[in-house]
Design a protein around this ligand. Structure first.
Ligand code: ADP
Length: 246
C-alpha cells in the first residue's frame, strides 16, 4: 500500500519527521563484494534504500553493432524490483528506469579510462530492492564501488547525494516522504568526484533562488564528503580482509 503523506514535514522542535537535523544524512551501510557472480559488486543501505550493483568487464560488446573501435563503452541498467515500493511496481522497465540508467551512466563515465578498452564494454546492473527516495544517488554510490571492486583503473570514486528544499529550508538526503512534499519544495540530486572536485551529475526539480542554490550545493558537498569517506573505508576493509585471507 502507498504510504499517506504526513500533514507536517517538520516536527514542533524543528527536526525532520525521522528526527534528523536539516543537514543530517540517513544511516549508511556499505558492503563490497556481495555478489560472487560479478567481477565487482557493492551493496548500499542508505536509509531504507537497499541497492545492489554488479559490474562486469571489460568484455566483448553485445550486440556487436554497439562496439566502438576507438573506445570502450559503459552500459548501465537501473531496475526497481516489483517489491521495492509500497504499490507493486510493474516488472517491465519504465521510462523513469531508462532515464535513471542513462543519468547514472553519464555520472560514472568521467572516472573511467574507457579509451583503453576499444570494442569492449563495462556493464553495471543495479537492482533497487527497496526504495525510499534518492535511489539514483545511492545507485551511483554503489555502482562506483562495484567498479572499484572490479579492480580497473579509475580517476576517482563517484559519490551521490540528494539535497532539497522544503518550506524554504534546505535539507540534505531527502526520504521518499520528503521527496514527495510539494509545498515550496525542490529536489537536487548531485554526484561528485570528491578527490578531483568535479560534479558529474546535477539535476534540479523545483524552483530555488541563487542564494538557496548555493546553500543547497554546499550542503550536498558536505554530505558527499561524509559518504566518500565511508566508501573509501568500505573498500579498505574489503582489501584488508583479502590480504588477511591470502
Ligand atoms: P530517486 O529515487 O532518485 O529520488 P525519483 O525522484 O524519481 O528518483 O523517485 C523518488 C522516490 O519515489 C523513489 O526513491 C521511490 O521511493 C519512489 N518511487 C519511484 N518510482 C516509484 C513507483 N513506480 N511507485 C512508487 N514509488 C516510486
Amino acid at each position: 500500500m502507498p504510504e499517506k503523506l504526513p500533514e507536517k514535514i517538520f516536527r514542533e522542535d524543528g527536526l525532520r519527521l525521522d528526527g534528523r537535523t536539516p543537514d543530517q544524512l540517513r544511516d549508511l551501510r556499505i558492503e563490497i563484494g556481495v555478489l560472487k557472480t560479478a567481477d565487482g559488486s557493492a551493496m548500499v543501505c542508505h536509509g531504507k534504500n537497499r541497492i545492489i550493483a554488479g559490474a562486469y568487464g571489460p568484455r566483448e560488446v553485445h550486440p556487436r553493432h554497439l562496439a566502438q573501435s576507438d573506445t570502450g563503452i559503459l552500459q548501465v541498467q537501473y531496475r526497481m524490483s516489483t517489491f521495492s515500493v509500497g504499490e507493486r511496481k510493474s516488472p517491465a522497465p519504465g521510462r523513469r528506469e531508462k532515464e535513471i540508467s542513462m543519468v547514472v551512466q553519464r555520472a560514472l563515465e568521467p572516472v573511467l579510462f574507457l579509451e583503453q578498452y576499444p570494442n569492449s564494454t563495462i556493464d553495471i546492473f543495479i537492482q533497487v530492492m527497496t526504495a525510499d527516495g534518492g535511489t539514483r544517488c545511492a545507485s551511483i554510490t554503489a555502482a562506483a564501488l562495484a567498479l572499484a571492486d572490479m579492480g580497473i583503473p579509475m580517476r576517482d570514486l563517484v559519490t551521490g547525494v540528494a539535497v532539497g528544499k522544503i518550506n524554504g529550508k534546505p535539507i540534505l538526503d531527502l526520504s521518499d516522504k520528503e521527496d514527495k512534499w510539494e509545498e515550496g519544495a525542490a529536489d537536487m540530486p548531485v554526484a561528485v568526484m570528491m578527490n578531483e572536485k568535479k560534479i558529474t551529475l546535477l539535476q534540479l526539480d523545483g524552483q530555488v533562488s541563487m542564494e538557496e542554490y548555493e546553500q543547497m550545493l554546499n550542503m550536498a558537498l558536505e554530505g558527499a564528503k561524509k559518504i566518500y569517506e565511508m566508501q573509501k573505508e568500505a573498500l579498505r576493509k574489503k582489501y584488508n580482509s583479502e590480504l588477511v585471507g591470502r
